[in-house]
Design a protein. Structure first.
Length: 644
């Protein structure tokens, strides 16, 4: 099925989206099979597919309609291919795929350079036949079971879960006589948000390729070897190799104390409006020509730089300009020194930002025509040290490109301090981000050798996030003090929960007017360690004392949670509920699992006697709730698993 999916993706690339981020984006509509150039038996256009991740021999259950392509391998159609109608050179390929149990397929870029798509859920040691491995040109003969072309880390999801791939591929280059002058390259392969390959050069077509020769372009091809596969959201961004250019650049330097200490501390008037000093009313201390946008022209302390020139746009379309999100603490202990500034194109301000007080915006998309446009970039350094001057652009056929001078940084914030759980669980207390603007100071993160990891807020017992892959990066914790010292996961979290999980309702039997118990009603009582080194949290809230353990299951494939609730002596007239999960959409399957966010992950309630659940709509989200027994002196248990 995987091969089929790949082929489908290739064939579908005929629907051009004029307003996409990269401009020339081809989206495979998957309305019918006529979009493909060549389709072997075993492929179908459908609207939905499901398989129970916990039932080993469960097959694909499919629903009629359109929007996804499903491939199945049988003895009659083993090795069936899908081949795109069009040929492609340099591309960024994005798609989502769902594997069936023990499914195996291959996707070939240009019909020559292949990647394995496989059911590798929970596999501890990857081989060359596992998910996201590159297919070698010849049959390898490796000693010591070391495979250099497997993924860096296994972040494969369970059968029945949609997985995401983003592949940036550069085609081989040829001179005017047709001689190859540069090899093909997988510049980057991102699987489920984690980089698994980078800058992998390919000397010649892989085993099983459609062609033995090499060329500047070729079709996408998917070959299914065994089992089932489904594909959706297939997109190709053509990468033309063109860039946005800055010409005729000049700069003005203003050495001046623009902002008084009180304003730096308190931010002046409340609100989101960014008010910057008028540089037209001030005489520049220095001016000249420059080839680059760089903060090195400044002198330290407070200063402003104004750059003016022309922006050369290679083709019509939408272009997104951005500066990095501003990470700040205070003027006393800056982590990443914040800045202020604004960007103007053709005399119109695109955006302005105040990094110290979190005002304004740091990016905007604008439609620009091919040719030259006037360009003004204002940068205010507001700390006693230099702040980074960075600005980026992306647009039609252009990946994210720096407009500033990029250089080797010499400070610790550009390094990584990885925390890895190689042999036993690793427990790390830290600050953690709980939202775009929110931080908890009572975070606890746990990493396991099985590469299943999670974070909780010890103040409330809230399971904040979980992810697969390597554990965490602690570099922020070694710089400055306070709020920016957050631990960062090294994998992409599959979910985020931003509210305490114990909820209360005034109705004895239903979650009517239900609200989360406030954080100040919790009392944390630390944690103990189980025999395998996993933490067991202890805390109380409302009428309950809670004992809480979260860890991977015995097969090291998914996350399990066991909560013990001990109610107090006097029963309460309110009803209490536990928030298992919050999602965009939640549905129950006929076999009793709960599907979250259209099969991004599943919840399996394993407690005996839990026969009542509620799915509650709350604004733009749905909540999966189970009742907590509130009888006096009653001890109850809740066990559930999170599967992805």
């Amino acid at each position: 099925m995987q091969c089929a999916v790949c082929s489908i993706l290739l064939a579908l690339g005929i629907f051009v989206i004029p307003g996409s981020l990269h401009g020339q984006t081809i989206e495979f509509k998957l309305d019918d099979l006529s979009e493909f150039g060549s389709v072997d038996a075993g492929w179908q256009i459908k609207s939905d597919v499901y398989t129970n991740p916990l039932v080993k021999n469960d097959q694909f259950h499919i629903r009629s309609g359109k929007g996804i392509i499903v491939g199945s391998s049988t003895n009659a159609n083993k090795g069936s291919k899908l081949i795109s109608r069009d040929d492609y050179g340099d591309i960024e390929l994005q798609f989502e795929m769902m594997m069936g149990h023990d499914g195996l397929a291959e996707i070939y870029l240009q019909g020559r350079y292949g990647i394995i798509l496989a059911d590798s859920w929970g596999r501890e040691k990857l081989t060359r036949r596992d998910n996201a491995s590159l297919i070698e040109p010849e049959t390898p003969n490796y000693s010591d079971n070391i495979y250099p072309n497997t993924a860096r880390v296994n972040v494969s999801s369970a059968p029945g879960v949609w997985q995401r791939f983003r592949i940036v591929f550069k085609a081989p280059g040829f001179d005017a006589e047709g001689n190859k002058i540069k090899p093909a390259k997988f510049e980057r392969i991102v699987h489920n948000g984690t980089v698994v390959h980078e800058n992998k050069y390919v000397s010649k077509p892989y085993r099983g390729a459609l062609f033995e020769d090499e060329a500047a372009k070729g079709p996408l091809m998917v070959r299914i070897k065994s089992g089932n596969i489904a594909l959706r959201n297939i997109k190709i961004n053509k990468l033309a190799g063109e860039t946005v250019k800055l010409n005729n650049m000049s700069y003005e330097l203003f050495n001046k104390t623009f902002f008084e200490r009180e304003w730096l501390l308190w931010g002046g008037d409340p609100g989101s409006t960014v008010e910057l000093p008028d540089l037209d009313a001030i005489a520049a201390d220095e001016q000249g020509k420059t080839e680059y946008l760089t903060g090195d022209l400044g002198s330290g302390g407070q200063y402003a730089l104004r750059f003016t020139g022309t922006l050369e746009i290679p083709e019509d379309g939408p272009y997104t300009f951005s500066v990095p999100p501003q990470n700040f603490q205070s003027i006393y202990e800056p982590a990443d020194s914040p800045s202020m500034g604004s960007l103007l194109i053709d005399g119109e301000q695109l955006f302005a930002w105040n990094g110290l007080h979190h005002k304004g915006s740091t990016q905007k998309t604008v439609d620009l025509s091919k040719g030259e446009h006037s360009f003004t970039f204002n940068h205010f350094n507001i700390q006693s040290r230099w702040s980074d001057l960075e600005i980026f652009v992306e647009g039609p056929s252009i990946q994210k490109q720096a407009l500033h001078l990029q250089k080797e940084e010499d400070h610790a914030s550009n390094e990584m301090i990885p925390l890895l759980a190689n042999h036993s669980p690793v427990i790390q207390r830290s600050y953690l981000k709980t939202g775009p603007e929110e931080i908890t100071t009572t975070g606890l993160s746990v990493g396991y050798p099985s590469q299943i990891n999670y974070s909780v807020d010890m103040a409330t017992g809230t399971l904040l996030q979980a992810w697969k892959g390597d554990f965490a990066d602690a570099v922020n914790m070694w710089e400055g003090r306070g709020i920016p010292q957050t631990l960062v996961s090294l994998g992409e979290p599959v979910f985020h929960v931003d509210t305490p999980q114990v909820l209360v309702s005034s109705d004895r039997s239903k979650p009517v007017d239900i609200t989360a118990v406030e954080k100040d009603q919790y009392q944390r009582q630390g944690y103990s360690l189980s025999a395998d080194g996993s933490p067991i949290l202890n805390y109380s809230v409302g009428h309950f004392a809670i004992r809480d353990q979260i860890k991977p299951d015995q097969t090291n494939r998914f996350l399990t949670r066991r909560l013990e609730f001990q109610s107090k002596q006097i029963a309460n007239s309110d009803s209490y509920w536990y928030l298992l999960m919050k999602g965009k959409d939640i549905n129950r399957t006929p076999d009793g699992l709960y599907v979250i966010n259209n099969k991004e992950f599943y919840i399996d309630i394993t407690s005996e006697g839990v026969d009542k659940t509620e799915i509650l709509q709350q604004e733009e989200h749905e909540l999966l709730l189970v009742p907590i027994d509130n009888a006096a002196k009653k001890k109850s248990e809740l066990r559930y698993s999170i599967i992805w």
